[in-house]
Design a protein around this ligand. Structure first.
Ligand code: MTE
Ligand code: MO
Length: 543
């Protein structure tokens, strides 16, 4: 019994060595098999489960999934360890059997993680299998098949040490032979369209290695808490602050208001890719085909070097964003109209949908009749003056202004005209097919200066734009029309603010907007699934 326990522990250590070996060899194997397992879980889970997980856990969703899978590996190792006696009773070569089972299983997890090239696949599989199997071999030799449990401590430690040294050695060699990931490069300024002030083209982009499913962006509070800020806190996504009285006039950029153009670092991220594809632009090409007269492939340099490029600020919102949520950002995107790329191939008369596919298997579709009328739909390769960062779809992605983000396929490699309606990834999981953004106004910041309160936020009306925004400070009993900041682009949000005299205390804030067609935003509340959240954003603040 005790020896079964010991063996269980040793088995769990073997499982841990599998994880460590895989991590050590990750640079050459081009991925970690845990991400392959995570990918399998994400894609095979029903849509409601995946999105509920994302909605409730946000940033934590993916680390939690990875951690549970890692724990599962340790448990699997423990089970094998505990049953080792039985295995040795049935075969003369238990270590060989273990290796024979573990190697193909490991190879499958690498394949799921997207490691398909023969050399990385072979290296990853061999190292990740050899380290735990080697450990087991050393252990069983040292303990003579398990006869003397009392004398196992030293051989145990020695075995772990040898196995770890192997893993670390391979890892160091791997690190030495592979450089870091490619950094985004800055793009030459666009002269055709006006540049937007106040963006951060030099913002370092953090390549995401072990993060994933959802990273909700936290709007960065406007820089520096100057000495005159006497109080500052957050409630949900709203920054509440207090300044000494007498300070000058309020802008649209007071503490807590989001930047007009979101920094690359803060742009929200939502995808199903457990480990984001890392596509080398020089090895990538965009295939345009299907129901067209002449299909063609476009190299990255031809896409990025095209004279048809346009650049504009566009606000993107995730369909799973709750009212007032953080899954909304505005980027200064650069790309070529999708319509132009399709027309170069010549769409057949019977073309129905423009299907866009990602290197990771994700797909979306939009009717060709719509694309033809909407030159603002872009295949983008630039964000805020840089080439696209990996997390947002490097080297190219789709961007459909006025539709929820799910329509905008990242890591795009195929544009295909289909002659029938295409079932897209999220559509198959019950989300709305058209995914037109529901107009919204969100509270983002409240500030007190003496008797005065300023309340500000962002409003977005999709292709219809924003006509006006209203704020109530008394739970909807009375309304004040907000001042709107100058528009930064036809397809971008508007910043707004209201300055009012109010005594300190509780204020029931509510905001609502009217879009460019004169339609007041609905006050009916609905959940994100299936067509995006609706309802007026409200929050009670004590200031
Ligand atoms: N290939 C691929 N593209 C994708 C997704 C994905 O999971 N895979 N997620 C979509 C969703 S739901 C959203 S909201 C946007 C988010 O884009 P961002 O991460 O650049 O903000 O990408 C869309 N494009
Ligand atoms: Mo989304």
């Amino acid at each position: 019994m005790r020896s079964a326990l010991r063996r269980g522990v040793a088995g769990a250590v073997g499982g841990a060595l599998w994880l460590v070996a895989a991590a050590a060899v990750a640079p050459v194997a081009d991925g970690h098999p845990l991400f392959g397992l995570a990918q399998l879980v994400i894609v095979s889970s029903p849509g409601w489960l995946a999105t509920t997980f994302i909605d409730t856990l946000g940033k934590l969703a993916q680390p939690l999934l990875i951690a549970s899978l890692a724990a599962g590996i340790l448990v699997a190792g423990a089970v094998v360890g505990a049953g080792w006696d039985r295995l040795t009773a049935t075969t003369d070569a238990p270590v060989g059997v273990l290796g024979g089972v573990l190697a193909p299983a490991t190879a499958v997890t690498y394949l799921l993680a997207g490691t398909t090239a023969p050399v990385p696949l072979a290296l990853g599989t061999v190292v990740t299998t050899a380290v735990p199997v080697g450990f087991v071999a050393l252990m069983s030799r040292a303990t003579g098949g398990g006869q003397s449990p009392s004398g196992t401590r030293r051989p145990f430690l020695r075995s772990v040490g040898v196995a770890l040294a192997g893993a670390v050695g391979v890892g160091a060699a791997a690190q030495a032979t592979t450089g870091g990931g490619t950094e985004p490069q800055s793009l030459p300024p666009q002269t055709a369209t006006e540049a937007v002030e106040g963006t951060d083209t030099d913002d370092p982009v953090e390549e995401k290695r072990a993060t994933g499913t959802t990273v909700a962006s936290t709007p960065t509070p406007t820089p520096t808490a100057t000495p005159e800020v006497v109080e500052q806190r957050r409630k949900e996504k709203v920054t509440i602050s207090k300044l000494v009285d007498g300070a000058e006039t309020f802008g649209f950029d007071f503490l807590g208001m989001p930047d007009p153009v979101t920094s690359v670092r803060n742009h929200y991220v939502v995808d199903t890719a457990a480990d984001n594809p890392d596509v080398d632009p020089s090895e990538w090409s965009l295939s345009v085909g299907g129901a067209v007269d002449s299909a063609y492939d476009l190299a990255f340099d031809d896409l990025a070097g095209s004279d048809d490029a346009v650049e504009m600020p566009v606000t993107m919102t995730c369909i799973s964003n709750p009212v007032g949520g953080g899954l909304v950002s505005t980027g200064r995107w650069r790309g070529i109209p999708l319509k132009t790329l399709v027309e170069r191939a010549g769409a057949s008369d019977d073309a129905v949908d423009v299907v866009t596919r990602s290197v990771d298997g994700y797909s979306e579709a939009i009717p060709w009749s719509y694309v033809r009328e909407h030159p603002e739909i872009l295949v983008v390769y630039g964000l805020n003056g840089q080439t696209l960062p990996r997390k947002n779809g490097k080297p190219a992605r789709l961007l459909i202004p006025g539709r929820y983000g799910m329509k905008s396929t990242k890591w795009l490699d195929t544009i295909e005209l289909s002659t029938s309606d295409h079932d897209a990834f999220w559509e198959k999981r019950g989300w709305d097919e058209e995914a037109v953004v529901n107009p919204y106004s969100y509270l983002r910041a409240v500030q007190r200066r003496g008797d005065r309160l300023v309340v500000g936020g962002v409003a977005f009306g999709g292709l219809d734009g924003v006509e006006s925004v209203e704020l109530s400070l008394d739970g909807g009993a009375s309304w004040t029309t907000a001042e709107l900041a100058d528009p930064i682009g036809e397809y971008a949000w508007r910043h707004w603010r209201v300055v009012a005299e109010r005594p300190p205390g509780e204020h029931d804030l509510v905001t609502r907007m009217t879009d460019g067609t004169g339609q007041l935003q609905t006050d009916e509340t609905s959940e994100p699934h299936p067509g995006g959240s609706t309802g007026w954003h409200s929050l009670t603040v004590d200031i």
